[in-house]
Write a protein that binds this ligand. Structure first.
Ligand code: ZN
Length: 438
């Protein structure tokens, strides 16, 4: 598969393309978004004054709080009649007050799809592939992009099913799926199911596995590759922009090539906001270069990563992101669903204002969060409506399930036996032998 021209530009050509597109992006934001115009006015800055990255750095960062404060349409740069898709993040959790709504014009949706197609091509996928997409689509709407891009490429989409590993494995065998796209946690579950059902990877027809949206730890990749018998690749995206599709690995597995023709990246020190030298870790800050519906300028992603612009063995010159090393905030992610501990606290206090204490236990299997447990102090349950302990536990469980879209364990612990720390990470390693020997 030949590279797209933009994938092999010189670094200087990429920089020139970015600055050219940045002009258009800043003009669009200046003319259509009060929030950005006010910021530029305050700096006495016009879009045409921004000719270099240093000029851009005069603009303040855009934060997630800015996004939530302008809910729902305050940061849209296109009229609603031009918006063809709306995406809302964590609608039930209200993100410490309000959710974030992102809007896409037809051009934005087409761009997103073409980026995903580029990532497919980057891994050697073709129209002969049979792509099986195994996500909970209502919890991760970005998953539809896997489908749209596969169809646009002319590949065959395998039937989608409920999120049952056994059924997914059945489909994989019956339809001879060659590509599986899913979350890391579900891929681990599939490997466990294969071991339990004595399904050897040779009975599958997979060529490769694509994982998102959570970061893929190297040890997890090794475990999954052993269990599935094929290469496993990671993807990256930002929920407030495009996810997935923004960056993805090539066959070299040496970082995720970022679509620098669409997004301009800076790496800054999380505390000072000052630029960090290339190849050093810091927070990823992104500016959309072509987004029409929801342009973001210097958006702080909260993801700590490393950006390298050295040439890659695959011949691509687009810079490469390392998998996310950590978050700058306390955001957690279970089976690909992001949330903040404060959001759980708000929900619990809405149920019982007297509730003064709780603990979260995140169980991680092979580096990927897959189970959340909430510990409540026993005494605080006295005044719950309905009274009895099983009902209380069930009420908390069902409220959290509705809010998060996840099954959550809820337990009660004597107050004096509550763990000292508010957040506990447990790591479990399962399936030492992922599949029976041939
Ligand atoms: Zn590469």
């Amino acid at each position: 598969m030949p590279l797209e021209p933009v994938e092999s530009l010189s670094r200087e050509e990429i920089r020139m393309l970015q600055m050219e597109r940045l002009q258009v992006a800043l003009n669009r934001a200046f003319l259509n978004v009060d929030f950005y115009r006010r910021r530029m006015d305050a700096l006495d800055l016009l879009p045409e004054d921004v000719r270099t990255l240093e000029d851009l750095r005069r603009m303040p960062f855009t934060t997630r709080r800015d996004l939530a404060e302008h809910y729902p349409y305050g940061l849209f740069a296109a009229p609603l009649r031009s918006i063809v898709r709306l995406k809302i993040t964590n609608p039930m959790l209200r993100d410490r007050g309000k959710p974030v709504v992102v809007g896409f014009t037809r051009h934005d949706v087409t761009m997103w799809q073409s980026l995903m197609k580029r990532l497919y091509a980057q891994l050697g996928m073709t129209d002969r592939d049979i792509v099986q997409v195994a996500f909970n689509f209502s919890l991760f709407p970005g998953a539809f992009t896997f489908n749209h891009a596969a169809e646009a490429m002319g590949a065959t989409l395998a039937p989608s099913a409920t999120i049952s590993a056994r059924l997914q494995l059945q489909i994989m065998q019956d339809f001879r799926s060659t590509v599986l796209a899913t979350t890391g946690a579900f891929a681990l579950h599939i490997v466990e199911t294969m071991a339990a059902e004595a399904i050897h990877p040779r009975r599958l027809h997979l060529r490769l596995v694509l994982l998102g949206p959570d970061p893929l730890p190297e040890a997890t990749r090794t475990h999954l590759e052993r269990g599935l018998g094929v290469p496993v690749y990671g993807l990256y995206g930002v929920n407030e922009m495009v996810e997935p599709g923004m960056a993805g690995e090539c066959a070299q597995k040496a970082g995720m090539h970022l679509a620098e023709d669409q997004f301009m990246a800076e790496i800054v020190h999380p505390d000072t906001g000052q630029p960090v030298a290339s190849g050093h870790e810091g927070e990823l800050v992104l500016t959309t270069l072509t987004a029409e519906g929801y342009p973001l300028i210097r958006y702080r992603t909260g993801d700590v990563t490393v950006l390298r612009d050295s040439p890659c063995g695959c011949g691509r010159t687009l810079a490469r992101l390392s998998p996310v090393l950590r978050r700058t905030d306390n955001r957690l992610s279970i089976r690909g669903i992001p949330f903040y501990p404060e959001e759980i606290e708000t929900l619990l206090q809405e149920m019982d204002p007297a509730l003064d204490d709780f603990r979260l236990v995140v169980t991680t299997s092979h580096g990927i969060g897959d189970q959340l447990e909430v510990l409540l102090p026993r005494e605080s349950t006295r005044d719950y409506p309905g009274g009895g302990r099983p009902q209380v536990l069930e009420m908390v469980r069902s409220t959290l399930r509705r809010a998060l879209g996840l099954g959550v364990r809820v337990s009660m612990v004597d107050r004096d036996r509550m763990p000292r720390e508010g957040l506990i990470h447990k790591t479990v390693f399962r399936s030492a032998e992922p599949f029976p020997p041939a």
